[in-house]
Design a protein around this ligand. Structure first.
Ligand code: C2E
Ligand code: MG
Ligand code: MG
Length: 752
């Protein structure tokens, strides 16, 4: 029978043996005391604690007090059988795990099945062998222990699984978060890329990227088509294409500059490109290397900007800075730069020679005053054109310095005559009338010419000398050219020395008035005097007014000097008038320069001097040279009318020296015409000059003027003038200019 019960495979006997040593509690339930005793003895001998119960009820009570590790349960018992006890124990959670081994005399297989169904762990048939019971008990205990262990392990495992699951859930959550984050980042990246692309598409500059070694473009924005005029594909297909569209003159420079990028890290250049429609555009190209974190070059990026408009504006600015806005000619800066270049070249090439011309229009102010500034501007533009047409080759430069001043650089001449020829050409072209849209104007110019030589070290010296020569041309009567020579410079130096001395001449009382008698040819009587200034220079002695008056005019000192002359001369005639009754009819001629005439308070000055000296306005006669008279405008004519109203006489001095517009002349309220000395000098009977003088006298009379002949040195001259009906004469024949005392003597002798 025993063999029919299969022992579980596990646990092994070792484990079973080891359990014998632990203090396990075993409850033996049997109604037969013998059985209880035998089993109790056997099991306690194995180190187990034994509890015994004689009935099922006692057994259940015992289990309630102390839970045994194993129960040996008899089936057949009087009040409650083993099945019921087992069932009760198994149905309670506190006791269901206690292994129950049935001990029964029932040997039927159904009893055994029932026992196992009730939850029994084993079944031992009576009569039993103690050894078998022992081994089965130990086995069940071991089994229980291992079940316990397994349960613990299971629990532990479950705990770990739970922990793991939790951990996994957390990781999952984290992962989910990360995925969301990544998705968000990717979305942000996409949005930012889209934004970047839209920005790049909308900007006007070309933005590009290139592979650093393969020289292959990676990226171009849309602007490339707009600026270059070619489809973007062209640039991707041929990495050299961008180079091919560079203007031929710039290409090599850019190629060389570009090669340095690996060494320099960046290249910035400006150059021209040629579009398919052949339009040339300027671009600025800035390219730079892009590195990764380890410092390796990963890309070349670049920006190309269309700077054509900027360049044009810049060119215009440069052009404006170097050109005269009215005529479009080079201005002083550009001209001086060209002269400087020519000078440098001539220093290196001894054969090379050039000339500088200084051209100043004569009487330009008159054009402005009479015709207005608009015509004045048109006139200057016409002159600019005319000068340009007189140049020889492309090397020559005509410039406008300002106002009516022009300059010409005559480049690379073999001989001085080449420059003179140009000056001649200019002067002869100027002889022709200049036809403006609404006016025809006659022009004239004074030209100073200087030829380069090794002594010149800077351009300003050249211009200065041309200017000196031009002034000489002016003082010699305008409408001509003068070639500069060193002597002129020295004279100029002398003049500037005089200029500084002149500043002190008034306060040091170095001036004196001389008086030259003017004789009436009708009565042969003294008619008056011309006051002529003399300067007693402390070192140079007597300096001629022809030398210092022009200087005083230039510096403006003429106003103070003129005031002194006016006061002195009026004072003198007033003194003589009070001394000599006859002197009442004498006239005092006083020379006035154009600056004095233009002076705003001239009339007040005259009124004051007339008031202080008590002389009548008719006593003084103001002499104005023909040329300065011609330079005056409408405003001055009105002023001269005012003089007339005060009975002050007006005289045109040096008539015939310049050329007057006769129609212009009659507009001035002039009383007297003084024929220039040069006509009188060359006057001889039957000669041409005689006829000129005759004509002047007729003209003067026709215009209701009387005539004074200057520079009469001989009796013959006097008598011819008398015959021609000239009213007055002045000259060495009668008297040189004399000091006041001598003049007074002359008045006295006339009266006696
Ligand atoms: P001007 O007004 O034509 O004066 C006449 C000049 O001719 C004087 O020269 C006089 O000395 C000179 N002269 C007179 N008779 C003869 C003659 O028979 N033969 C020769 N060869 N010469 C004669 P001066 O005094 O040297 O004056 C020269 C110029 O200086 C004057 O020419 C005048 O334009 C200017 N000037 C003189 N004094 C004054 C002044 O007080 N104020 C101004 N603004 N200019 C003056
Ligand atoms: Mg005079
Ligand atoms: Mg004169």
């Amino acid at each position: 029978m025993n063999e029919s019960i299969n022992l579980p495979q596990n646990p092994s006997l070792d484990i079973i043996t080891s359990f014998t040593k632990t203090e396990r509690v075993i409850l033996i339930v049997d109604d037969l005391p013998d059985n209880l005793r035998v089993l109790s003895a056997a099991l306690s001998g194995q180190g187990f604690q034994i509890r015994c119960a004689k009935s099922g009820a006692i057994a259940l009570m015992a289990v309630e007090t102390t839970s045994p590790d194993l129960i040996l349960l008899d089936i057949k018992m009087p009040d409650m059988d083993g099945y019921e006890v087992c069932q009760r124990l198994k149905s309670s959670a506190a006791t269901c795990d206690i292994p129950i081994i049935f001990l029964s005399a029932l040997d039927d297989v159904f009893d055994k099945i029932k026992a196992f169904n009730m939850g029994g762990a084993d079944y031992i048939t009576k009569p039993f062998q103690v050894e078998e019971v022992l081994i089965r008990v130990k086995y069940q205990l071991a089994l229980k222990a291992s079940q316990l262990e397994i349960r613990q392990l299971n629990e532990e495992l479950e705990l770990r699984v739970e922990q793991r699951t939790e951990e996994l859930a957390r990781i999952n959550e984290e992962l989910a978060l990360e995925i969301i984050e990544r998705k968000h980042t990717a979305e942000c990246l996409r949005v930012s890329e889209e934004r970047l692309e839209s920005i790049l598409a909308s900007i006007e500059d070309v933005v590009w990227s290139m592979h650093p070694t393969a020289s292959q473009f990676i990226y171009f924005n849309a602007a490339v088509e707009k600026i270059y005029g070619y489809p973007t594909s062209k640039f991707f297909e041929d990495p050299e294409f961008w180079l091919k569209v560079i203007h031929l003159e710039d290409r090599e420079r850019i190629e060389i500059a570009n090669r340095s990028i690996m060494a320099t890290g960046t290249v910035s250049e400006e150059y021209r490109i040629l579009r398919p429609d052949q339009e040339v555009r300027w671009v600025s190209d800035r390219r730079y290397l892009v590195y990764d974190r380890d410092g390796n070059v990963i890309r070349i990026d670049g920006i190309v900007r269309d700077i054509t408009d900027h360049k044009r504006a810049q060119d215009q600015l440069v052009h404006d800075a170097l050109h005269d806005s009215l005529t479009g000619l080079p201005n002083r800066n550009l001209f001086m730069d060209r002269v400087e270049q020519a000078l440098k070249y001539s220093n290196r090439h001894s054969q090379y020679m050039f000339a500088v011309m200084f051209i100043d229009l004569d009487r330009f102010k008159m054009v402005n005053d009479i015709h207005g500034h608009m015509i004045g501007d048109q006139f200057l533009q016409a002159i600019a054109k005319l000068l340009g047409s007189c140049l020889r080759s492309v090397g020559d430069t005509v410039a406008r310095l300002g106002g009516d001043e022009f300059t010409i650089l005559v480049d690379d001449i073999q001989e001085v005559s080449e420059a003179l020829m140009i000056a001649d050409r200019i002067l002869s072209k100027l002889l022709l009338p200049i036809n403006l849209p609404t006016q025809t104007i006659f022009a004239s110019a004074s030209i100073g010419i200087v030829i380069s030589n090794r002594d010149y070290v800077n351009s300003t010296d050249l211009l200065r000398d041309a200017d000196i020569a031009m002034y000489r041309a002016k003082s010699l009567g305008k409408g001509r050219y003068i070639l500069f020579d060193k002597e002129m410079y020295e004279q100029n130096l002398k003049a500037s020395q005089l200029d500084s001395d002149l500043h002190y001449a008034l306060e040091r009382q170095e001036f004196e008035l001389y008086y030259q008698p003017i004789i009436s040819l009708t009565s042969d009587q003294l008619a008056g005097f011309e006051a002529l200034i003399r300067w007693h220079h402390p070192e140079r002695g007597l300096v001629s007014p022809s030398e210092f008056i022009p200087i005083a005019e230039e510096t403006g000192l003429i106003i103070a000097i003129g005031d002194w002359v006016l006061n002195q001369a009026c004072q003198q005639i007033s003194t003589w008038q009070s001394k000599f009754l006859e002197a009442k009819s004498l006239k005092m001629s006083i020379n006035l320069t154009c600056q004095q005439i233009r002076e705003k308070n001239l009339l007040e000055k005259l009124d004051r001097v007339l008031a202080t000296t008590g002389i009548d306005g008719s006593t003084i006669r103001l002499e104005i040279t023909e040329s300065s008279m011609m330079d005056q405008g409408e405003e001055t004519i009105a002023k001269l009318e005012e003089l007339c109203a005060r009975n002050i006489q007006l005289s045109i001095d040096d008539f015939g020296q310049g050329y007057s517009s006769l129609s212009y002349l009659h507009r001035f309220p002039i009383n007297t015409l003084k024929i220039d000395r040069t006509f009188v000098e060359q006057m001889s009977l039957g000669g041409q000059n005689l006829e000129i003088i005759r004509t002047i006298i007729i003209l003067a009379h026709a215009l209701d003027m009387n005539v004074v002949a200057e520079g009469v040195e001989t009796h013959e001259q006097m008598s011819i003038l008398k015959q021609l009906g000239c009213e007055y004469a002045q000259g060495y024949f009668f008297s040189r200019p004399i000091i006041a005392a001598a003049a007074e003597q002359m008045i006295r002798s006339q009266t006696t």
